[in-house]
Design a protein around this ligand. Sequence first.
Ligand code: ADP
Ligand code: GN1
Ligand code: MG
Length: 379
Amino acid sequence: METLNKDIIIEVADAFQLEGRVLNAKPYGSGHINDTFAVECERKDGSIKRYILQRINTNVFKNPVQVMENIVGVTNYLGKLIEKLGGDPMRETLTVIPTRDNKSFYVDNQGGYWRSFHFIEDTITYDQVRSKEDFYNSARAFGKFQMLLSDYPAETLHETIPNFHNTVDRFAKFVEAVEKDICGRVKYVSSEIAFVMERERDTYKLIDLLNEEKLPLRVTHNDTKLNNVLIDKKTGEGICVIDLDTVMPGTSLYDYGDSIRFGATYAAEDEPDLSKVNFDLELFEVYTKGWLEVAGDVLTPYEIENLPMGAKLMTLESGIRFLTDYLSGDTYFKVHREGHNLDRCRTQLKLVSDMEACWGEMRRIVQKYSKKQVQRNSM
Ligand code: ADP
Ligand code: GN1
Ligand code: MG
């Protein structure tokens, strides 16, 4: 995508119903997909109000209008429900700021799609787990998101990226990238390729359960990494789940699993030194505890029993996606250095092999926090 200069961003910001005069706009956050800016506006009384302004990545999201329809539907629903439950909708869910002609997005003169959100102040996001508390708090926030949306009509949601967590399809695309080898990189990654190939059968495990209707289809977030939850700076609580582009019908195992693959280690997703990348059972346990405390009531015993498989498959899927992108010339995820996608791939594959080595313990931990749930459901 072409680079964006400040004037264009300020011009785009002016298209939205922002309070006050636009002062400036600065790149913000560390997402791999969209272009995010924090916009500062000066109100008449001199006070400052901030907004998030984002250009949707249309290479990834081919139908940005449908993305926004999903987001408007889900955030309106969450806003009303949070209010009914006595919460603060302006902090606990995203609020879409309409354009001056009351649309949820603006198209610039180069065809770029933009949207704006109320900036939730006094919050922070973490790109890496620092403590068990952070991870536990994010688990409760994602659990709450799952729980609050359990009655949302999933059939009204658009599938913003078809086959997003279809591990069989991800595997097929990976094999295609290996065969094409358009960058001549296959020779550098033979052990990573072999690791993935050896696990082809695993890629069917969740898809088969879904096809056999053993897992219920739910409204899921599908991108539940730690930096997609805003943490309250004062209380440390996870207060708002953000980055709703991938909200689609899916299985709860995707959301649980994606959080685990990102956060059940103290290493960054792109840590180049693999000796620092270890799957941490204590982190796994606190996430499982926090997530089930809040979402446990809406889940079936069968979903809960299969959580370890969700964790392993989402980790394997991420490894496959990063490797596929590396082999295809780094066209999907933003990269900031040579071999960046390869580093990301390696951390994920290391975590998969760690999980395989402590599979029994993972199952026991899930069992420990699911006991009450299983008893209740079997009564
Ligand atoms: P991407 O899809 O590229 O990951 P995100 O929607 O996750 O983009 O936004 C990137 C970052 O911007 C987040 O990690 C978070 O730090 C920040 N952010 C996004 N929305 C808000 C908001 N409404 N209030 C405060 N910060 C936000
Ligand atoms: C992307 O947008 P962001 O940075 O939150 C990606 C996720 C990956 C993640 C890996 C739409 O998430 O699926 O798991 O990077 N989002 C999309 O960090 O592909
Ligand atoms: Mg994000």
